[in-house]
Ligand binder design. Structure first.
Ligand code: PMP
Length: 404
């Protein structure tokens, strides 16, 4: 039985006040809040077994290594990767994408094509543009419609035997649209292109099965699903990870080093140079346990209720326009008030204790599409309530009154 009030007890930050009002945290698409069990895991690590991993024979090092590798296994199970070595622990989605984009430098030739969607976060645009600059490959874009959905018939026409890579997010951070990734992957594979799915926004709402998806690379950040910042994953099929060169050189990623030649370690260590975010990785495992105990089906059903309620209530405000109106969307509402800058709305609602994000959400091409400077984005998580949405609606009404 899903009991939001019980769940809220798990998050100490939800008890605080901001500007003398109870905090209403609706910036979950930027980062999620942290339950006590994850905080306890972090405190336990630094209190009891803080040590560098993989190299030590001493007890603390072995305890830390075991806990880190247990966390990798939890990630493997969560994403249903075939093997634990297919899970590279990185510093986050951005790092993971850059490993792949840099790794493809020697696998592309001038005139090869790579396809991205119009709905991308900058971290899924810029590394590929840099790859194009290095290789002479050409970047093509699947366009979107007014509802914020990808034009899949145009995607069909972009695919050809020149296509080497396709990448898109699973869910748009700016609009909440859920993209048809199964179809995107299947069609890309028909022309032998590899696919990278950016799961930064989907991982808090949907439990992906990378084997069922048959996706080549899947990336995500722990801080979007109740884990700490500075840790994330790159899932890659073994054959792809073996084909890609290491991203960084250093300790941990080697088999043997001489001044004449270095040989690299096997997976996953080849991509994990240097001391990783050990505590972060272990805490990520605890966050996955926490969310799986609540259940992703329960989370998705409750967040859909919040989305429907919030959409209905906000649309009752005259002059409020929502961007991203696909029926296939998650609990993100991006909106503007007529003739009012989103930043001004965000500032006023913050004075009332409500955290929303304002701006281009690292997705300037989407803002250009709608010809707006940005939006106000309220993104709901499973620990939010309808009462909090009521508070947002009242705050937006107040902002409208003050700014009109
Ligand atoms: N892709 C998407 C869709 C995102 O929403 C984000 C984070 N806002 C990122 C990539 C980048 O994630 P990170 O900053 O954790 O690397």
């Amino acid at each position: 039985m899903f009991d939001v009030h019980k769940i809220r007890e798990d998050f100490p930050i939800l008890k605080r006040e901001v500007n003398g009002k109870p905090l209403v945290y609706f910036d979950n698409a930027a980062t999620s809040q942290t339950p006590q069990v994850v905080i306890d895991t972090i405190v336990d690590y630094y209190s009891n077994y803080n040590a560098n991993i993989h190299r030590g024979v001493h007890t603390l090092s072995q305890e830390a290594t075991d806990a880190y590798e247990v966390a990798r296994k939890k990630v493997q199970q969560h994403f249903n990767a075939k093997q634990a070595h297919e899970i590279i622990l990185t510093s986050g989605t951005t790092h993971s994408i850059n490993i792949v984009a840099t790794g493809f430098t020697n696998l592309l030739s001038e005139g090869d094509e790579i396809i991205v969607s119009a709905l991308e976060h900058h971290s899924n645009i810029v590394p590929w543009q840099m790859l194009c600059e290095r290789t002479g490959a050409i970047l093509k874009v699947i366009p979107m419609n007014e509802e914020g959905e990808l034009l899949m018939d145009v995607y069909d026409t972009l695919l050809s035997n020149k296509t080497k890579l396709v990448f898109t997010n699973h869910i748009s951070n700016a609009l909440g649209t859920i993209n048809p990734i199964e179809e995107i992957i299947e069609k890309a594979h028909k022309v032998n292109a590899a696919v990278l799915i950016d799961g930064a926004q989907s991982c808090p709402h949907i439990k992906p099965d990378v084997q069922a998806l048959d996706v080549d690379f899947y990336v995500a950040s722990a801080h979007k699903l109740c884990g700490p910042t500075g840790v994330g994953i790159l899932y890659g099929k073994t054959e792809w990870l073996e084909k890609l060169p290491p991203y960084q050189g250093g300790g941990e990623m080697i088999e043997q080093v001489t001044f004449e030649k270095t040989t690299y370690a096997g997976l996953p260590h080849k991509f994990e140079a240097g001391t990783p975010n050990i505590c972060g990785g272990i805490a990520f495992g605890a966050a996955l346990d926490y969310m799986n105990a609540i259940g992703f089906d329960n989370i998705a059903a409750y967040e859909k209720e919040l989305l429907d309620y919030g959409t209905e209530k906000l649309l009752e405000i005259d002059g409020l326009k929502i961007y991203g109106t696909s029926p296939n969307k998650t609990s993100v509402i991006s909106f503007n008030l007529e003739n009012i800058h989103p930043y001004d709305v965000g500032t006023i609602v913050d004075k009332l204790g409500i955290a929303v994000r304002t701006g281009h959400h690292c997705a300037q091409p989407i803002m250009d599409f709608y010809k707006i400077p940005g939006t106000v984005r309220a993104s709901f998580s499973f620990y939010n309530t309808k009462e909090e949405i009521d508070a947002l609606v009242e705050a937006v009404k107040k902002a409208k009154m003050m700014l009109s």
